[in-house]
Ligand binder design. Structure first.
Ligand SMILES: NC(=O)c1ccc[n+]([C@@H]2O[C@H](COP(=O)([O-])OP(=O)(O)OC[C@H]3O[C@@H](n4cnc5c(N)ncnc54)[C@H](OP(=O)(O)O)[C@@H]3O)[C@@H](O)[C@H]2O)c1
Length: 275
């Protein structure tokens, strides 16, 4: 089975990818190899996950042409300026054993971050084809707007937590107006939102699973992708199957009644999400 492709003015990206956190080592490598064999063509990793070596090994062994794979990595927020960001990215490429990544993101903002300097580093990386596109993650609306207003490098993607119980209307208003991809992380709410009776009922009606309903809800949105993490082939296949589900207007209205303010990823270093 294949994921639909998200096609924005800046890039093409399979709308359904595989999240790899917190898998590591052989388990991560096996999960990525399995995913590639099942038809996944979008893999999400990060410097901080400690699994870029395993992701790279899986890509090398899977036998899928590199040009068919969309690979994302992210640089941690202790790199607060361009030179340290560029040096860290060099190491990412080394661990991944790749000449380039498809998408490079700032993983989290930090108060110490020199944003113009980091955007300049990303512009250099992009101009030198080491990352085909660049973007940011965990940026609240005001900071995303600032990164866009600085206009140093085109921002192709925003990656944020987004699922049936966490709406991101303010961010979507910005990304959809500018045709920037929004990649939804923790798209299954860590698997902890799926027993809600409304989700279960809609899943039964579609002869689908609650996880498929959760992913279909995201994938129906303009320029939105999702990167569920699943270890087993069975769950990876189930999640890929979400692409075939068409929710009705009635389903969407019922799902709109679910709480939209449950955040699972909110570490102390997180920005003020409303800023
Ligand atoms: N940018 C960031 O700061 C950031 C933050 C968090 C996450 N992410 C990315 O987003 C990815 C996904 O987020 P996440 O791992 O936090 O949460 P998630 O994808 O919402 O949930 C993962 C959990 O759901 C389970 N699951 C997977 N498929 C399922 C299915 N069909 N039915 C029931 N349960 C299922 C998984 O179980 P098993 O795998 O154990 O089977 C795992 O326990 C991460 O792996 C990472 O790549 C990025």
């Amino acid at each position: 089975m294949k994921s639909p492709v998200l096609n924005t003015p800046l890039m093409k990206m399979p709308a359904l990818g595989l999240g790899t956190w917190p898998m590591k080592g052989g388990a991560c490598q096996a999960a990525v190899e399995t995913a590639l064999s099942l038809g996944y063509r979008h893999i999400d990793t990060a410097e901080m996950y400690g699994n870029e070596d395993a992701v790279g090994a899986a890509i090398h062994l899977a036998g899928v042409p590199r040009g068919e794979i969309f690979l994302t990595t992210k640089i941690w927020n202790d790199k607060t300026d361009g030179p340290s960001f560029r040096a860290a990215f060099d190491e990412c490429l080394g661990r991944l054993r790749q000449a380039y990544v498809d998408l490079l993101l700032v993983h989290w903002p930090s108060p110490a971050m020199d944003l113009p300097s980091i955007l300049e580093a990303m512009a250099w990386i992009r101009a030198n084809n080491l990352a085909k596109n660049v973007g940011v993650s965990n940026f609240p609306p005001g900071l995303l707007q600032r990164a866009l207003d600085l206009d140093i490098v085109p921002i192709a993607c925003l990656q944020v937590e987004h699922h049936l119980m966490l709406g991101q209307d303010r961010l979507l208003a910005i990304t959809q107006a500018r045709r920037i991809a929004l990649t939804s992380y923790t798209p299954l709410g860590k698997g902890q939102t799926l027993d809600h009776p409304v989700i279960q009922q809609i899943a039964r009606r579609h002869k689908a699973t609650p996880a498929q309903v959760a992913l279909a809800w995201l994938l129906r949105m303009q320029d939105v992708a999702a990167i569920p993490k699943a270890q087993s082939a069975q769950r990876q296949m189930e999640n890929l199957g979400a692409a075939a589900i068409r929710l009705t207007a009635e389903d969407v209205a019922a799902l709109a009644t679910l709480p939209k303010d449950r955040r699972f990823v909110n570490p102390d270093m997180a920005p003020d999400w409303n800023s």
